[in-house]
Design a protein around this ligand. Structure first.
Ligand SMILES: Nc1nc2c(ncn2[C@@H]2O[C@H](COP(=O)(O)OP(=O)(O)OP(=O)(O)O)[C@@H](O)[C@H]2O)c(=O)[nH]1
Length: 429
């Protein structure tokens, strides 16, 4: 069978037929992985050699017929494979031993839930490299311990010894999503750091986990009061660190997905009107300050109502989606939004209206030459556009100017673009 390039390939080393069966079933349900199975150390050795570069991670049982003492872990780690131990051995010493060796997680077999947990961990591992975490801790050994544990989870890690350094790191890496911070540190302590950060970044943009000690129970509550999302008592188990960090990262991921969904038009996937104004205005002001050109365009499909009337709304929707795709293909480097109905906004930074009119032309020609393929057959669409480069106080006013030009284009017979200087892009015929 040809390998599936989209799925990550994992190695599962397990001698129990029952556990293998459950894992096979879960992996199929999960859909993210393609698994290679081995029942013995010897088989695993062979697969590691054959598939060295193709494997993403391993899930291994510690007790195998030809390797009863966890030798399999030495093998997978030697092949640089992130390894999750899935075992029936509950002994805390064993857990600490293998965690010390550098396994990603040590999960005890306690039914279906533990197998799901192992797969979820692997899935997280696949995404973690996208996330940046800052560890702020003045004690070098503690910092090293946390950094090593999180690097094992494939997170991108940054470090700071005190609050001031942390602020510098965050200024250089504004996309850091999670920060772990100690309380007592030189120059700036953890509370002051959190207070400063919360002035500009709320808990859904930057998750903060306070590191407190068992000796002061009030510290944890104080961390939360000052704006931390969570806290972790030192000393902690690796699992607890992972659980807290992963949970908070998942929270941020969910918030980002919700934010993205809220900023998109449900039908076309383009930005919606609300996002356009929220996002475009700040950019518009900074472009103005730097004396860059900014052109805005309002584009409107011609006689779109007729398409709806003739073929129904579903076909109209297909046309709108195709129009959005065409806009993205031809003008995707600019900020594009569906303003509503069959109207689209564009903010084109760095260019004047003449160039903008020229850039609209290939789109116009393509739409004229290539009808949109819908379930009701091919439909040719045309559009009118107003294009303005006259800078105003706010982008809304410049869009209003473009809207007036659009109106002129409609009045002038449609299928044309009009700029500030009366320039008319000749219709495509
Ligand atoms: N299918 C579909 N139609 C929509 C959607 N939103 C708005 N419309 C329709 O878009 C049409 C817009 O009609 P008009 O404003 O008369 O514009 P037009 O027919 O394109 O005419 P001109 O702009 O003057 O060329 C109406 O029939 C709306 O019902 C949508 O999300 N899907």
């Amino acid at each position: 069978m040809a390998p599936n390039m989209d799925k990550k390939r994992i190695l599962i080393v397990e001698d129990s037929a029952t556990v293998t069966k459950v894992l096979r079933h879960l992996i199929l349900q999960f859909g993210h992985f393609e698994a290679l199975f081995a029942q013995t150390l010897a088989q695993a050795q062979q697969l590691c050699l054959q598939q060295a570069d193709a494997l993403f991670a391993a899930v291994v049982d510690l007790t195998l017929p030809d390797a009863p003492n966890g030798e399999i872990v030495e093998l997978t780690l030697a092949h640089q494979l992130p390894t999750i131990v899935l075992t029936g051995n509950f002994d805390p010493k064993q857990r600490a031993h293998w965690q010390g060796k550098g396994v990603v997680d040590y999960i005890t077999k306690e039914g279906r839930y533990s197998y799901e947990l192992a797969l979820k961990q692997l899935q997280r591992l696949g995404n973690n490299h996208e996330h940046k975490i800052l560890v702020v801790e003045d004690s070098r050994p503690v910092r090293k311990l946390i950094v090593a544990a999180l690097e094992r989870q494939h997170y991108q890690i940054f470090q700071a010894e005190h609050g001031e350094q942390a602020l510098q790191q965050l200024a250089q890496q504004p996309d850091i999503k999670l920060m772990l911070t100690d309380y007592q540190m030189p120059h700036m302590d953890g509370f002051e750091l959190i207070q400063q950060l919360r002035r500009t970044r709320d808990p859904t943009q930057l998750c903060i986990i306070g590191l407190s000690t068992n000796s002061d129970a009030a510290l944890s509550a104080k961390f939360i009061k000052y704006g931390a999302n969570d806290f972790l008592l030192k000393p902690f188990l690796h699992e607890e660190l992972y659980c807290r960090v992963n949970q908070n990262i998942e929270l941020i991921e969910r918030m980002e997905a919700m934010r993205d969904a809220a900023s998109r038009d449900y039908l076309t996937g383009l930005y919606n009107r609300r996002h356009f104004f929220a996002h475009a205005e700040a950019h518009y002001q900074s472009l103005k300050q730097q004396r860059h050109k900014v052109t805005v365009a309002v584009i409107d499909l011609d006689h779109f109502k007729q398409i709806n009337d003739r073929h129904g709304h579903l076909i109209g929707d297909q046309v709108l989606k195709a129009m959005a795709d065409a806009l993205t293909t031809h003008l995707g480097r600019f900020l594009i939004a569906r303003a509503g109905g069959e109207e689209f906004f564009l903010m084109m930074a760095g260019i004047g209206s003449e160039q903008a009119l020229r850039l609209l032309q290939p789109l116009r020609q393509r739409l004229a030459a290539e009808p949109i393929m819908t379930d009701a057959g091919p439909i040719t669409v045309r559009f009118s556009a107003g294009v303005s480069e006259r800078i105003t106080d706010k982008i809304e006013q410049q869009l209003h100017q473009a809207d007036i030009l659009l109106y002129q284009a409609k009045q002038g017979g449609r299928d044309q673009s009009i700029g500030d200087h009366g320039a008319v892009t000749i219709s495509s015929g």
